[in-house]
Design a protein around this ligand. Structure first.
Ligand SMILES: C[S@@+](CC[C@H](N)C(=O)[O-])C[C@H]1O[C@@H](n2cnc3c(N)ncnc32)[C@H](O)[C@@H]1O
Length: 254
């Protein structure tokens, strides 16, 4: 990856600033003469907020480029498992700052890649950032970025030869049914097309049982579906494994 390209961090900075802001607001009254009980309660609140704040800072560090590019290893896994010859059109669902779309274009010079995202306020990602990154990586003629929702893709049935996605479906808020959301990605994949989709797929509250999900996907006419757990595929500290324990990758051929 080009060192000048900036693919951001999965821990949104806005979230860190918000928690830090709340901690400071709670701390301010403790600078004044207030009842001891109130002071203790405020310190307890600060203590409780410092726990998730410290963990998020740790995750931010782990996902930053300074740390041997763990994010890159996770993107790499998605592409490595994609059983593709690199000819035709690919789609990156929820492209963020364009990392997966651009990496696909670099590895497969014969393909064209579409990257879609709704580019909301949570992350510092944008269509412009994607286009800048594509230029820095020298693949601007191979990639197209479009604003769209993963829940209603603006493409015809079977339009793509390959589909990838990383860490997106759990974030999509404009549809409740996650299976319906995933089926929208399969709708635009052509018969015989390939896929590699990574997300918190072992979170049963969101996706139900993984075996059932795989059965459902096969019922949609998908020929080959494989599943692996991300945390066991990439070496990482146990504290990080804890965060990524529900993350898994579905890959195969429609
Ligand atoms: C954790 S980021 C991952 C970004 C990118 N795939 C990556 O691996 O760096 C989650 C992404 O999901 C996108 N997203 C959230 N809801 C979406 C929706 N309804 N449609 C498309 N993208 C969405 C966000 O804008 C954000 O870019």
């Amino acid at each position: 990856m080009n060192k000048l390209a900036n693919y951001g961090n999965w821990v949104p900075l806005n979230l860190l600033y918000t928690i830090l802001g709340i901690i400071l607001i709670v701390l301010i009254p403790t600078l004044f003469p207030i009842f001891l009980v109130v002071r203790i309660i405020l310190w307890i609140i600060v203590g409780l907020l410092l726990l998730p704040f410290s963990y998020l800072i740790y995750l931010y560090y782990q996902f930053s480029a300074h740390n041997k590019e763990l994010q890159y290893k996770v993107w790499n896994l998605v592409i490595q498992k994609l059983p593709w010859n690199g000819r035709g059109k690919a789609l990156d669902v929820g492209t963020g700052a364009g990392a997966l779309a651009i990496e696909l274009a670099k590895r497969f010079p014969e393909c064209t890649v579409w990257g879609i995202d709704y580019w909301g306020k949570s992350w510092n990602y944008s269509k412009l950032k994607c286009e800048e990154n594509a230029k820095l990586e020298g693949v601007e003629n191979q990639v197209v970025f479009q604003k769209a929702s993963a829940s209603k893709l603006p493409y015809k049935d079977g339009e793509f030869d390959a589909i990838v996605s990383n860490f997106v479906y759990h974030e999509v808020r404009d549809i409740r049914d996650k299976k319906k959301l995933i089926s929208e990605s399969f709708r635009v994949l052509k018969k015989g097309g390939v896929f590699s989709l990574q997300d918190t797929l072992k979170n049963e509250k969101k996706y139900g049982n993984i075996e059932e999900l795989i059965r459902d996907i096969k019922e949609w006419g998908v020929e080959e579906v494989n599943f692996i757990e991300t945390a066991y595929e990439i070496p990482m500290p146990n504290l990080l494994k804890f965060e990524l324990k529900t993350m898994g990758l579905l890959y195969g051929i429609k």
